[in-house]
Ligand binder design. Structure first.
Ligand SMILES: NC(=O)c1ccc[n+]([C@@H]2O[C@H](COP(=O)([O-])OP(=O)(O)OC[C@H]3O[C@@H](n4cnc5c(N)ncnc54)[C@H](OP(=O)(O)O)[C@@H]3O)[C@@H](O)[C@H]2O)c1
Length: 410
């Protein structure tokens, strides 16, 4: 089997080094590392896929990932626009985090000369989404104002850069407080607002009439707040449902609440209020609606902007493939600023040593014996057996370690 990052339905034995508990687990499937220079993007969608929180998730085990860049090793019959050795980026429907990735040619894009695989993996998904949001759906023009959630993330940073290619655009960016200092230093966001606060009120203090564009990747109660913030002729666009992710496992309650909180808006209300609602789901656009030509045009526009030097991806960090649980944990913990990229040429960070198998067994047996003794004494004193405390997967050490060990991208 070739090396790949595979999601298993492994509820009872979480992988070592991951604090995702009772969750389908991510494993590196082979000890041989890919030899070539490929890179893969880690997207929020991968967190959702890991929880089974996307629609029609593949059956486990399946290879994860939806974005990778590398060179072509083989072309299928009838494929004429690509040849072996071409440098490309691909947006497959899963199965991207592997040494070899089979992708329909419609989801493969030739890289412009000089674009590294790192840049390709950091740009393609995020900037294509951002481009369609701003220039196809929102019709961003000079002087407009826009509100954006998760402004420090991969798509968020792409939106900021693309929006700033238009004159006099005002950006209200909402994100976790911990990112404000770094984002303020970058100086590209006009007004930074804190996630979880009454950000609508803050926007109205600065712009009493509201904003022209709301880009919402959270869903749930943010939908109604975003719609209410629109000026006449304003556009609200839903492009994600991050609010569905509340813990480390899929929550049916969060999904139901998120759906329930959204007001069902009638076209008559839109007509009366001069507002527009739209949505974007790139995965559906490519894999359900077959709009490959549309997406290709957007990718080509993005690559042209890169060629012109108008965009430059913000890379949060790069990680070895084996460290994908820690990389995902960082995103889950809301700590990334920009894109997280997987780099198979990196060495995995050292994991805490585990006792040798035989010794571990002996220790386990000894522990069991002493627990049995304790349990029987408790039973005889109380007249009933006390429940053992639940064991948790202790990884706080790993987590703090992961931040210091990751290789920061230059
Ligand atoms: N429509 C599409 O085709 C499409 C394509 C790509 C991405 N997206 C959507 O765009 C959004 C951003 O995607 P991305 O890949 O660039 O990821 P990202 O923004 O880099 O994701 C990580 C950030 O999301 C924020 N976040 C919001 N809710 C969260 C939650 N429940 N748990 C953890 N973090 C949460 C956190 O930032 P703060 O705490 O600072 O908010 C976190 O740092 C996602 O909603 C994603 O689904 C949509």
């Amino acid at each position: 089997m070739l090396p790949a990052i595979t999601l298993h339905d492994d509820r009872h034995t979480p992988p070592r080094g991951s604090s995702f508990k009772r969750l389908s687990s991510v494993r590196f499937e082979n000890c041989r590392l890919p030899q070539n220079e490929q890179r893969s993007g880690l997207n929020f969608q991968d967190l959702m896929a890991r929880q089974g929180a996307i629609d029609s998730p593949p059956k486990t085990p399946f290879i994860m990932g939806s974005e990778c860049a590398g060179d072509i090793e083989q072309v299928g019959e009838g494929v004429e626009n690509f040849k072996v050795g071409d440098r490309v980026v691909a947006l497959p429907d899963h199965k991207a985090w592997a040494e070899l990735v089979a992708v329909p040619a419609t989801s493969v894009f030739a890289l412009p000369a000089g674009m590294s695989y790192l840049d390709a993996a950091a740009i393609t998904m995020n900037y294509t989404v951002a481009y369609i949001l701003l220039f196809e759906l929102a019709n961003l023009t000079p002087g407009k104002s826009l509100l954006l959630h998760s402004v420090g993330g991969g798509v968020g940073q792409a939106v900021v850069q693309l929006a700033k290619t238009v004159k006099d655009v005002t950006i209200f960016g909402v994100c976790s407080k911990s990112k404000h200092e770094a984002l303020k230093a970058a100086g590209t966001i006009d007004q930074l607002l804190e996630r979880g606060t009454d950000y609508c009120n803050e926007v109205r203090k600065i712009s009493p009439e509201g904003v022209d564009i709301v880009l919402d990747c959270l869903c749930g109660e943010e939908c109604n707040k975003g719609y209410a913030l629109l000026k006449p002729m304003g556009k609200y666009i839903l492009y994600g449902s991050s609010n569905v992710v509340t813990g480390e496992t899929k929550s049916f309650f969060s999904a139901a609440r998120s759906w329930w909180q959204v007001d069902k808006v009638s076209p008559i209300k839109l007509f009366d209020e001069n507002k527009t609602l739209s949505g974007l789901n790139l995965r559906h656009l490519m894999y359900q609606h077959g709009s490959h030509a549309y997406v290709r045009r957007a990718v080509e526009r993005v690559f042209a902007l890169w060629n012109e030097g108008k965009i430059k991806p913000v890379v949060d960090s790069t990680w070895a493939l084996e460290d994908v649980p820690e990389a995902m944990q960082k995103m889950h913990d809301r700590k990334n600023i920009g894109k997280i990229v997987l780099d198979p040429s990196l060495e995995p960070k050292p994991k805490p040593a585990t006792p040798a198998k035989g010794k571990a067994k002996d220790k386990k047996a000894a522990n069991q014996e002493s627990q049995d003794k304790k349990a029987s004494s408790v039973e005889s004193e109380d007249g009933e057996k006390k429940k053992e405390p639940e064991l948790t997967n202790g990884t706080s050490e790993d987590k703090s370690d992961s931040d210091s060990k990751e290789k920061e991208s230059s």
